[in-house]
Design a protein around this ligand. Structure first.
Ligand code: Z5A
Ligand code: MG
Length: 215
């Protein structure tokens, strides 16, 4: 016997894409997923019972206390945790279109306390990389008018941008890279992929288990 067992399967990498409305998150999520063959999950995931309540709130078809909707956004992430962990365990990369950072930024922009907003997401799978697609409000404006959903107003987007851009320097958020989302689409993809490939290499090299967010 050589003593060599079967090679241990390397887990997949968890990649998060964050940014303002029209920053190009969904565009880049699908391009990156195609390039590295990854599973994609969009938050909010509007098809679950919790997601349907969120969808109704965002579409202004229902009203809710700010704390209650914040908890629903977080619950909507927790209901996908098993699926995320199973995929990573199977060696599949997972890319999330928004994550807990959006949860904090939008609720804090409405005046809720940062510590309170952070707590329901403590312990979620820790991203191996978060890409913050940074865009000025002027460039965002050139991508068309805001839609009709609840947060699609300039005053909220300005506050969210300030809060989101500071979240990368908090502790236990995982590696965080800011990408200039004002460049042309192909260049943004190129910049994103360069960081994603480094993150995947690091996961494969270290072989470390997935961490827990904010812990
Ligand atoms: N929310 C929350 O409050 N709490 C939470 O916990 C979470 C979310 C998770 C729903 O978001 C709302 O939920 C959101 C935050 C809140 N409210 N707001 N605002 P959503 O994810 O469903 O919707 P969104 O992300 O805000 O909007 P979006 O339209 O999906 O934006 P995007 O994905 O970043 O952009 P895109 O669809 O990829 O691109 C937008 C357009 O720009 C499109 O025409 C592209 O072709 C174009 N584009 C993209 N990239 C470029 C470049 N580089 N140059 C030129 N044009 C480009
Ligand atoms: Mg989108």
């Amino acid at each position: 016997m050589s003593g060599l067992g079967a090679a241990k399967k390397v887990r997949g990498a968890l990649i998060v894409i964050e940014g303002l409305d029209r920053a190009g998150k969904s565009t880049q999520v699908s391009r990156i997923a195609q390039s590295i063959t990854a599973k994609t999950i969009k938050f909010p995931e509007r098809t679950t019972p919790i997601g349907k309540m969120i969808d109704s709130y965002l579409g202004k078809m229902s009203e809710m206390d700010d704390h209650a909707i914040h908890l629903l956004f977080s619950a909507n992430r927790w209901e996908k945790v098993d699926e995320i962990l199973r995929s990573l365990d199977d060696g599949q990369h997972v890319i999330c279109d928004r994550y807990a950072f959006s949860g904090i930024a939008y609720s804090c922009a409405k005046g809720l306390s940062h510590d309170w907003c952070r707590s329901p997401d403590v312990g979620l799978p820790l991203p191996d990389l978060t890409l913050f697609l940074s865009l000025t409000p002027e460039v965002a404006a050139q991508r068309g008018a805001y839609g009709e959903e609840r947060y699609e107003v300039v005053a909220i987007q300005e506050k969210v941008k300030t809060i989101l851009s500071q979240l990368g320097s908090e502790t236990n958020v995982g590696p965080w890279q800011t990408i200039d989302a004002g460049q042309d689409i192909d260049k943004v993809t190129e910049d994103c992929l360069a960081e994603v490939k480094k993150a995947i290499d690091s996961v494969q090299l270290k072989g470390a288990p997935i961490g827990k967010l904010f812990t």
